[in-house]
Write a new protein. Structure first.
Length: 200
């Protein structure tokens, strides 16, 4: 229902709001978020294991006429090799991100937000597993990156992995949802005057 024409309230079951976007019930949105996170995590672990097994000690493998190169890089920094030298800080940040997503999932009813947060959660867990279990040790482990675009050395685009791609994709989707007025709890804000009492 609309509240003074400004905000649509969260439905009690799967439905479509006035903009035609599906809003999921609480158990289903948790299952969706968890499923996406698990798929990203498993995919990330598998590709990293294969990357280490097949690319260790080998020159970069060229694909698609040089558009993509497969190369093994052990990255102590953040996504796309940023902030190298702060591995333990990045590990704590990843733990905080995972904790926050799990906590807010209780209020999550939007399918879009479930997909976006599932991507971010899966990516964060993927890189966090490297930080915790790979050398040189817990909190300091180097993340395995295997994909380089347009150049074999990451000079055109930083070398990345599936977890990085999921984090960036989820982040972009979150920005889009915020710009179109899609709220975490499934409500939709439209117009210049927003009635925030629905969310508070």
């Amino acid at each position: 229902m609309r509240n003074n024409g400004a905000v649509t309230g969260p439905p009690t079951d799967d439905s479509r709001d006035d903009s035609g976007v599906t809003v999921a019930s609480a158990p289903r949105r948790i299952a969706l978020l968890a499923l996406i996170a698990i798929l990203v995590l498993v995919g990330d672990i598998v590709t990293k294991v294969l990357g280490v097994a097949l690319l260790e000690g080998r020159p970069p493998v060229e694909l698609l006429g040089g558009a993509i190169y497969l190369v093994l890089v052990r990255n102590p920094g953040a996504a796309f090799s940023l902030a190298t030298g702060y591995t333990w800080v990045l590990t704590l940040v990843a733990i905080a991100v995972v904790t926050v997503i799990i906590r807010i999932s209780r209020r999550l009813r939007s399918v879009g937000w479930a997909v976006a947060l599932g991507l971010v959660l899966g990516g964060a867990l993927g890189n966090l597993s490297d930080r915790m279990f790979r050398s040189p040790g817990p909190l300091l482990g180097h993340v395995v990156d295997t994909v380089s675009l347009f150049a074999p050395d990451g000079s055109v685009w930083p070398v990345f992995n599936l977890a990085d791609a999921a984090i960036v994709s989820g982040g972009v989707l979150l920005v889009i949802l915020a710009l179109i007025g899609r709220e975490l709890d499934g409500t939709h804000v439209d117009g210049k005057k927003q009635d925030r009492t629905v969310h508070e």
